[in-house]
Design a protein around this ligand. Sequence first.
Ligand code: SF4
Length: 62
Amino acid sequence: MKVTVSDACIACGICVDACPEVFGLGDDGLAHPLAPEVDPDLEVAVREACEACPVDAIEIED
Ligand code: SF4
């Protein structure tokens, strides 16, 4: 699974709270994936973060 965050991000921090192993806030204040490829053990948490994002900025590619 690969994950990206679009520039629709409003920096609410929900994804970082939901899955800090995968998402972090960058110098621009917006969320970014910490690595392009998601560890299989974290896929459920990433999907939950995606569903929780208020602006649908998280994109998942299986
Ligand atoms: Fe950005 Fe969505 Fe993460 Fe909030 S949940 S920081 S809007 S990507």
